[in-house]
Design a protein around this ligand. Structure first.
Ligand code: AMP
Length: 215
């Protein structure tokens, strides 16, 4: 199973990707997480990527394409993968097509997760995450049990630098400008399926199975 997720930041792509990854036992490859890990380790990629990420801009295509190409060569991705946050520009979509052609594979689905801007801004500005284990909370909808502390490992929660309102607005503009055109690209290939990003978490696995024709 090879699936790509499209949708604005904060639409719930990551949550859907995780459910589908578990459903099909394939790895979920999240470029945002990979880049944040590179920033945390201050690798050469991380040092370059940080400035772009802090401003809500896309990290240059060549860097991300190389990162994903290397990741897709790992044995665990041979039988399938879920891409969360990639491709995000026409150049990235072309690079992914090349990899797929070279390996004789095809995408099975492109899932478009939709959510209105106001709901996105609310979701991202109240999102808090654990810098240690990656658990995600929302101050209203999924608050941590103890103020400011991760339920899983008690580490103090943080707000991602790019979840501040002015950077969220820029990320939404970049999405419309650079990523939204990919909807047309994949529509022409007849791959797009749409899921609302504000479904109740309990309904989501069944909805995703239905959308993917898994039942
Ligand atoms: P995300 O966690 O997916 O919202 O990504 C956070 C940030 O990482 C984005 O605002 C970009 O700066 C960078 N990023 C993640 N994925 C990509 C990608 N496919 N291409 C370029 N930049 C990316």
């Amino acid at each position: 199973m090879r699936v790509v997720f499209l949708g604005p930041p904060g639409s719930g792509k990551g949550t859907c990707a995780k459910i589908i990854g578990e459903l099909y036992s394939v790895p979920v490859i999240t470029t945002g997480d990979m880049l944040r890990a590179a920033v945390a380790k201050a690798t050469q990629l991380g040092v370059t990527a940080k400035g772009y990420m802090d401003r809500g801009e896309l990290v240059p295509d060549d860097l991300v394409n190389d990162l994903v190409a290397e990741r897709l060569k790992q044995p665990d991705a041979a039988a399938g993968f879920i891409l969360d946050g990639y491709p995000r520009s026409p150049k990235q979509a072309e690079a992914l097509d090349k990899i797929l052609k070279a390996t004789g594979n095809k995408l099975d689905h492109v899932l478009h997760v939709t959510l209105e801007d106001q709901a996105i801004i609310n979701r991202l500005s109240k999102r808090r995450s654990c810098p240690k284990c990656g658990a995600i909370f929302h101050l209203e909808n999924k608050p941590p049990k103890a103020h400011d502390k991760c339920d899983v490992c008690t580490t103090t929660l943080v707000q991602r630098g790019d979840d501040k309102p002015e950077v969220i607005r820029r990320r939404l503009e970049v999405y419309r400008d650079k990523t939204q055109p990919l909807l047309d690209f994949y529509e022409k290939k007849g791959k797009i399926k749409t899921v609302r990003g504000d479904l109740d978490l309990k309904e989501l696995p069944a909805t995703l199975r239905r959308v993917l024709g898994h039942d």
